[in-house]
Design a protein around this ligand. Structure first.
Ligand code: XMP
Length: 319
């Protein structure tokens, strides 16, 4: 891609000019954005970059292992795997308000980065995979009161006291452009094609209180759902698909017994940039088969709903 080839060269030159011989730490989420940012920055400044992968206990099934393997083995990028799940889940205990959850997670991210930044000699910069839509959804509307649609944890929230300057090489790009840049940088197609995953992770797919039990059920249900989508060859037609565990139990019947388990919502949308989205029109057959599989294979779920809300008026995530 000619345009992305040019963008790549320009971005690399900018990163070198901004960073000089200083060290950069990059928060890796496992998503496409932070991965592309990390590979781009690594190409620009090599081992001056250290990636920090914060495992907040809100990742999907096997996700931490996959990310660590990919960056250490495939890319040789210095990577710290920070298992901070006790810290995050402890702080989130009993919290159900969506914005409070985001603020807690965002605040802890900063604390954790600061902790690791202090251990890296000469680290002066923090790199983030912030995209253009993240930037514009978080700014105040001029003239009126300050309105934040959602407090994206990875935007604008870094206090001066953290003492790190920001490197955000994807700030002008939309999602499809980030994917094109990722291809340009040689990231594997399977990785570039991955659906977006939000920084707050499963926290915003678990409305109401977050518990380890619910997270565990959600992880297993989500894995079955995504497996179904892949088996039916639908993964690449969908912008984002995931399961969310609802804050309610309902009565069901299984074999001879009564069940009283959680309800699961399935979400799948098509979109160009995440700003607007349409719900994906699965066939009834697909939905029925998926519901049966999830209820049979995942203990703790006895009812499955499909979310047929587009954006607007809904958001893609549930919180
Ligand atoms: P919403 O739910 O706002 O999501 O319609 C739009 C896109 O943004 C992702 N998203 C986030 N990504 N940090 C992120 O890095 C966040 O706090 C966050 N909240 C939402 C969401 O997954 C979707 O792709």
């Amino acid at each position: 891609d000619w345009t992305m080839g040019a963008y790549r060269e320009e971005a690399i030159a900018k990163i070198r000019a901004q960073v000089g011989d200083k060290r950069v730490i990059c928060g890796l989420s496992g998503g496409v954005d932070s991965s592309v940012a990390a590979v781009l920055i690594h190409e620009a400044i090599g081992d001056q970059l250290t990636c920090v992968f914060v495992d907040h206990g809100l990742l999907r099934l096997n996700e931490a292992e996959e990310v660590v393997t990919m960056f250490r083995d495939n890319y040789n990028i210095p990577l710290i795997h920070a298992d901070e799940s006790d810290l995050f889940l402890g702080a989130l205990e009993g919290v159900s308000d969506p914005e409070t959850k985001r603020k807690i997670i965002g605040g802890l991210f900063i604390d954790v980065f600061q902790k690791y930044a202090n251990e890296i000699q000469g680290a002066e910069f923090l790199a983030q995979g912030t995209l253009y839509p993240d930037v514009i959804e978080s700014v105040s509307f001029s003239g009126g009161p300050s309105v934040t649609i959602k407090s994206h944890h990875n935007v604008g929230g870094l206090p001066e006291k953290m003492g790190l300057k920001l490197v955000e090489p994807l700030r002008e790009l939309f999602k499809d452009e980030v994917r094109a840049l990722g291809r340009e940088l040689g990231l594997p197609a399977s990785f570039i094609g991955r659906h977006p995953f939000p920084g707050p992770g499963l926290a915003i797919r678990c409305p109401g209180e977050i518990t380890r039990e619910k997270l565990d059920i959600l992880r297993r249900a989500d894995a079955v759902y995504i497996d179904q989508i892949r088996r039916h060859g639908l993964y690449d037609q969908i912008w984002q698909a995931f399961a969310a565990i609802l804050p309610m139990r309902t009565v069901g019947v299984m074999g001879d017994g009564r069940t009283y388990d959680f309800a699961l919502a399935l979400r799948a949308v098509t979109s160009v940039d995440g700003m607007t989205a349409d719900y994906y029109p699965f066939t009834h057959e697909f939905l029925g088969e998926t519901s049966t599989r999830i209820i049979n294979e995942v203990r703790g779920i006895n009812r499955v709903f499909y979310d047929c809300t587009s954006k607007p008026p809904g958001t893609i995530e549930l919180e």
